[in-house]
Structure formats: C-alpha cells, structure tokens
Design a protein around this ligand. Structure first.
Ligand code: DX5
Ligand code: ZN
Length: 222
C-alpha cells in the first residue's frame, strides 16, 4: 500500500533575531546579555544616512559588542556602497546581508563576499523576481516589510506574497536559502509571516517595549 496523499507538513525551526535599533544605546552591553538567553541572533542595522535617511553605527561599536556575547551577529547593510564596506563587518559579523538595490552586479558581488553566511535584502517596492538568480548563493533572503531606515513602522502586507513566492521557489529548486522578514513584526504579523513560509523573524521595537521572554515563547509555539 502506498501512503495516502496526505500533506506532510515539515515544521521548520523558527529563528528569531533581535535588532538593537530600539534599544537604549547607552547600555547595549547589558541589553545583549539580556537577549542572549532568549533570541537566536543579533541583527545589526547599519545605516549610512545615504541609502537610508538615518545613521546608526559602524565597526567600532559592533567590535565592542562582539566581545560581550557569543551570539551570531548579522550585519544588515543599509548603505549605498556595500561593495566597499562589507569587509569592515567581516571580522565581527558571521552573516552579512546587502541590499540588492545598492549594487550594479549583485550576482557577482554575492560570490565575492567572504563570511560564514551571506544574504541579500529587498525593499518592499522591489519585485521578488529580482532576487531569484542570487538564491543559489545566498544563505538568507531578507524581505523588508517596511521601508528601511527606522524601527516602529507599520507592516506592509505585500511582503506576504513575496514570502509565499520564495517559499515555493526555494522548495521546488531544493535550495538552502532561508527566508527572513524584517520590519513591523508583532505577534500577529509574525504568525502570518510564518504561515506564509518564513524561516526567520527580525524584531526591534516589539521586544524592546517589554515582555520579550513571553513574546518569544509565544513565537516558538506558533
Ligand atoms: C529597519 C530595520 C529593521 C528595524 C525593525 O530599517 O532594518 O531591522 O530595526 O524594527 P521594528 O521591529 O520596530 O519594525
Ligand atoms: Zn534590519
């Protein structure tokens, strides 16, 4: 007897990354210790005041934080020139992610990044089809659910169709790339992203507003 054609649901292990963007910058070392116990990795929002209308931090701060925790650091490069700058983050960040909108030859660029893991990010208005050719070389596709630049913005629902599209594309082509969603995450939007096929969720203001451990537990049970 052949097994029936029941759908076999493969439960992927959800990963949660915490962005320090909404944290109190005067006590980041202590913050990291607090989150070390509950999240899977730390997401570093690097902004240059050029690609995005905001400025955050760079290598000196990340290098100092690197000494405080063993958690994986993910560099989300919201900078106009990642080709020149990615190396600045290679010593401290195991995963380096650039924006497809900032590079003329993204396929050539992703192949030369030397990091344990690498990824590509897409703005909400960038069509998901643009990233297809890169997926073979990417460990992560980071889909923005808000325009990059600030924490605390409203979740853009258009990302759900992108997640669904990528999930199918990745599964059909048996790729290892994971789908990550960044911006506007809370309990409700996280659940929608996960059921659309996301593997990774990034949050900043939702956790920073309090009760992160409980929220985390809820996410894990989804
Ligand atoms: C936005 C950043 C996000 C941001 C998310 O430019 O890339 O990582 O920190 O913040 P929340 O979770 O508040 O939308
Ligand atoms: Zn980010």
């Amino acid at each position: 007897m052949f097994p029936s054609q029941e759908k076999i649901m493969i439960k992927r292990r959800l990963q949660i990354g915490f962005s320090i963007l909404s944290s109190d910058f005067s006590s980041l070392g202590t913050e990291l210790k607090k989150y070390e116990k509950i999240v899977d990795f730390i997401h570093m929002d690097i902004m240059d005041g050029n690609f995005v209308p905001n400025l955050t931090f760079g290598p000196p701060l990340i290098d100092s934080l690197r000494r405080r925790t063993k958690l994986l650091f993910e560099a989300h490069l919201m900078v106009a020139n990642p080709v020149a700058q990615w190396k600045w983050y290679a010593p401290s960040c195991e995963r380096i992610i650039f924006h497809i909108e900032t590079v003329k030859n993204p396929l050539g660029f992703i192949k030369i990044i030397k990091a344990k893991e690498k990824g590509v990010s897409l703005n909400p208005s960038t069509p998901v089809s643009e990233v297809r050719k890169l997926l073979e070389y990417a460990d992560v596709a980071l889909l923005m659910a808000v325009p990059p630049g600030f924490a605390g913005q409203k979740f853009d629902e258009r990302v759900l169709r992108k997640i669904d599209y990528l999930r199918k594309y990745i599964n059909v082509n048996k790729l290892k790339c994971r789908i990550s969603v960044d911006g506007g995450i809370n309990g409700t939007t996280a659940a929608r992203c996960i059921s659309s096929g996301a593997d990774i969720i990034i949050t900043s203001s939702w956790f920073s507003s309090g009760g992160a451990a409980g929220k985390m537990k809820k996410l894990r049970s989804l």
